[in-house]
Write a protein that binds this ligand. Sequence first.
Ligand code: BTN
Length: 242
Amino acid sequence: MRIIKLNAIDSTNSFLKEMICNETVADYTIVVAEHQTNGRGQMGTNWDSDKGRNLMFSLFKDLSIHVVEFPFYISMAISLAILKALKTLNIPDLHIKWPNDILSADKKICGILIENVIKNKLNSTIIGIGINVNQTEFINLPRASSLKNITGVHYNLDEILRSIIKHTKSYSNLLQQGKYDAVKNEYEANLFRKNKPSTFKNVEGDLFSGFIIGVTKYGKLQVLLEDEIVKKFDLKEITLMY
Ligand code: BTN
């Protein structure tokens, strides 16, 4: 394991991507930054974070075998590793909001950005994780919170990092052993609003109701609609309105 600590960088994902393109990077190479000047989120969004208060890091683990067939299993395994690490810190009411936001008490406390780099025709996966740890103000982000806001405790960032790495190793072992169903079942058991009446918005902006019943192995959300039909949606097709 190699941990590279940086004071400031544009994005730890971009930094690690560059490293992978230029050199041979070993499994569990981790880049942590105190501050990102261009932190990136899902679907082209920004990831802003107070300097030195939160955990922002990117991790490389060769998971290429899963990338080819079932990339969503990587996303599920990482979400579960973070969930486990946070459970051991006694963070209450934890759920995974599809596809891979981590919520506590219905607020987003962690985001994951998984990116692939192709080098010499081989696929490398970069796992970027941002956890709101000791930040206490989230201006214009009513659905975001932090571990400290939720529990009142000030956390040691290194301890959380070590715990996430430990649990990432065990979930990636599960994938390595082909225990795909175990990962999917555990992911679905922790899914936010599973089997609860929920409202969604489609791409046209129309609202509709349904029950989240699970995910497909390709990562689509399965929703039981009012007419008893189960429909599968991908990320661009649907927004959960809480
Ligand atoms: C999301 O939109 O929910 C994903 C956020 C991912 C943020 C992390 S912070 C460390 C890593 N580097 C980045 O630029 N993004 C990820």
